[in-house]
Write a protein that binds this ligand. Sequence first.
Ligand code: SR1
Ligand code: MG
Length: 402
Amino acid sequence: MAVNYKALTEATAVEYVKKNLDIFSEEAALQCKEIGDGNLNLVFRVWEEASEKSIILKQALPYARIVGEAMPVTLERARIESEALMLQGELCPNLTPKVYRFDRDLYLIVMEDLSDHIILRKGLIEGNEYPNFAENIGVFMAYTLFFTSDLGMDQMKKKQMQKKFINPELCKITEDLVFSEPYFDAAGNKIEPHLLDRVRKNWNNQELIKEVAILKEGFMTKAQALIHGDLHTGSVFVTEESTKVIDPEFAFYGPMGFDIGAIIGNFILNYIAQAAHMEEDQQKLESYRSYLLKSIKKIWKEFYKNFMELWEDNVTAPMESNLLYKQVYMRNLFEDTLGYAGCKMIRRIYGLAHVADIDNIKELEQRKKAQLLALDIGEILVLQRKEIKNIDEVVDRIKAFN
Ligand code: SR1
Ligand code: MG
């Protein structure tokens, strides 16, 4: 660990700001609260009442917060996160928080406070609609993935970038938690007793395990673009107008479909959970579910449209401009997206880290129903990704479970 590293407290976070940053005046009466609720890091909000100025200090801990010191995790993830945020900020300035500073001793990122936004997962659980989100995230994924891939950047520079963004420890977490551990009786799995029979079916489903192993191999070997690496609905801040993508500490050169699948899979989990959350108001449920399904279609379609436009405008080489190649590339990407969406859904039901959408369903029978449905849809996405024709068919298949 770095010699000068020390985890901050609310008091030392204020001292740090006073000593190192000139964002506030010297006399400013600063207040601080640790607000981190993610699986890994400390997050401090520091603000001054009088000027209404505020900032965020995000600091990596040398272990995963969700587990404690028994699960050490490299501090280097904070460097990866700050560099990925800055790069994504260059490509999509309106869709990322501003980074003011990265402190290499403390593995600390000082960045824009987005407290006027809400975490998308929370907003969706509350039943809010975000009319700009699908388009914004489609643009974010198209720009960040295209311009870090061999299509959108010089191949020599891309290989330098691969070196800079090598992220083996965080990739190992994903390899274990998303791909491997849900398919055997791993110690880290958190399995509610009522799911045991269904989970055992997955442990014995050789076809499913084979397909997940293929997807895992893609995750480990397909260095397509600099992906966010953990683009679930907890990694996005929103308002009705604005979208800000945060937390790219899992960024590395991997398969593009892993990002697109993460966001779509998490929308499907919310769709499934709403049957319980909105049980008392069937009209609202129907309209909200329709919003979620429209969003799922739009996320893919906006990504597709923007990515193809970037391809058209930026690639002139005859080989990479070949229409048949483009069709195969996008079809493979679609299949990856579905496969990874399915893996992400399954791991959130009985792996180490669950999602509030499902876990917050208090009534056992309703929670069980949602969990089983998520496992079934996740399995279909993994196993039938090659047969599913397009995103409209994905939505039709989800609807058919009603
Ligand atoms: C130990 S970290 C658990 C999970 O939290 C992150 O958000 C990633 O999804 C990771 O798999
Ligand atoms: Mg995160």
